[in-house]
Design a binder for this molecule. Structure first.
Ligand code: ARG
Length: 299
C-alpha cells in the first residue's frame, strides 16, 4: 500500500484488495510467554470468568502452563519469557497487551495496546520495556483509539502484511483505520457480534495462508463474506467445540496446538493435512483463555 493517510480499512467485499497487492511478511518464529505466578480469576471480564472467581487451582495451572511451553518448543518454536508483574493476574495472556509488526523496511515494531479493563492496563508497560529491549520500535495509536487489545483482536494473515481485526467487544472500531495508517497495511474489519466470543482469537484461528477455522455465529454476514473471500478452506467449528476454545488454537507450521476434547474439529484439521496436538488449558479457560491467548509470536 502507498503512503497515503486517506487509506481505509476493508469493511466489505467491494473494498477487498487482491493478495497480489499485499506485501509478503516474514513469519515470526519465537514465542513470548509469561509464567502464571500471579494467575487468578478475581473478577468477571468475560462470560467464561463468571462463576470461576477464586476457583483457580494454582498448582494445576503451573503444570498446564509448563506443558504448553514444552509443546511449543517440541513444535520447533523457542519460547522467551517475560517476568510476571506482581499481582497482575491476567499477564499470562501475552497475546493481548501489544501487536508486533514489521515496518516498511522490515524492521520490527510494536503497537501498544489500550486495555479495556483498568486492572489490565498495568500489564502494558512491562511489554513495552521487553519489546524495546529486543530492539523493537514502539508505536502508539492515536487518542481516538480508546481500546485495543493487541494480538487478541489483531491477527496477521499467514505470510502476508494483511491484518484481520476484530472489533466491537474489546477493541473499538476506530482502531481499524488507525492501524491502516500506523502500519501502512490493509486491515480487514470483522465485527464481533457475540459478547461471549469477545476477542477475535476466540472465534477465528488462521491455520495457513489458505485455511482458517471459525465459529460462524460470532460474525456478521459481511465478516463471513470477507473471511470466505480470502480463505479457500474455512473450517466451521460447532458451538460445543467453540465453547471448548477450539478456535483459540495455534498453528505452528503443520501442527495445530489445541485444547483437548474438540474431536470433530481435530478430525477436520487432520482431513486438511494438519497435525492436531492436544493440550489441557482447563485452568486458564476459567479466565476465558486458552492456547492462543497464552503466547505472543515475536521476531
Ligand atoms: N481474563 C482475560 C481477559 O478477559 C483473558 C484474556 C484471554 N486472551 C485472549 N487473547 N483471548 O482479559
Amino acid at each position: 500500500m502507498t503512503n497515503n493517510t486517506q487509506l481505509q480499512a476493508i469493511a466489505s467485499l467491494s473494498d477487498a484488495v487482491a493478495f497480489s497487492q499485499v506485501a509478503p511478511r516474514a513469519v515470526p518464529r519465537r514465542i513470548l510467554m509469561c509464567p502464571p505466578t500471579y494467575f487468578d480469576v478475581k473478577d468477571a471480564k468475560n462470560e467464561f470468568m463468571s462463576g470461576n472467581i477464586g476457583a483457580v487451582d494454582t498448582g494445576k495451572a503451573q503444570a498446564q502452563w509448563s506443558e504448553l511451553k514444552s509443546t511449543f518448543e517440541k513444535c520447533g518454536f523457542p519460547v522467551e519469557l517475560i517476568e510476571p508483574g506482581v499481582d497482575l493476574e491476567d499477564m499470562v495472556f501475552t497475546a493481548n497487551q501489544v501487536l508486533p509488526a514489521l515496518d516498511v523496511d522490515a524492521h520490527p515494531v510494536v503497537v501498544l495496546g489500550r486495555m479495556a479493563y483498568q486492572s489490565r492496563t498495568r500489564e502494558v508497560p512491562h511489554f513495552e520495556k521487553w519489546f524495546a529491549e529486543q530492539g523493537y520500535k514502539v508505536l502508539h495509536l492515536p487518542e481516538v483509539c480508546k481500546r485495543f487489545e493487541g494480538g487478541g483482536d489483531g491477527v496477521w494473515h499467514p505470510g502476508r502484511k494483511l491484518l484481520w481485526l476484530g472489533f466491537g467487544t474489546r477493541t473499538g472500531e476506530p482502531c481499524c483505520d488507525a492501524l491502516v495508517n500506523l502500519l501502512q497495511v490493509p486491515v480487514v474489519k470483522l465485527r464481533l457480534v457475540s459478547a461471549k466470543f469477545y476477542h477475535l482469537d476466540t472465534c477465528f484461528a488462521v491455520l495457513n495462508a489458505d485455511s482458517v477455522m471459525i465459529y460462524p455465529p460470532a460474525f456478521d454476514e459481511t465478516g463471513l463474506s470477507l473471511i470466505r473471500n480470502y480463505f479457500q478452506n474455512v473450517v466451521e467449528v460447532s458451538e460445543a467445540d467453540a465453547n471448548n476454545f477450539a478456535c483459540n488454537a495455534l498453528a505452528l507450521d503443520d501442527y495445530v496446538v489445541i485444547q483437548k476434547g474438540s474431536h470433530a474439529t481435530c478430525s477436520d484439521l487432520q482431513r486438511l493435512g494438519f497435525k492436531p496436538v492436544e493440550v489441557d488449558t482447563s485452568e486458564f479457560m476459567k479466565s476465558g483463555g486458552s492456547v492462543f491467548c497464552m503466547k505472543q509470536m515475536v521476531y
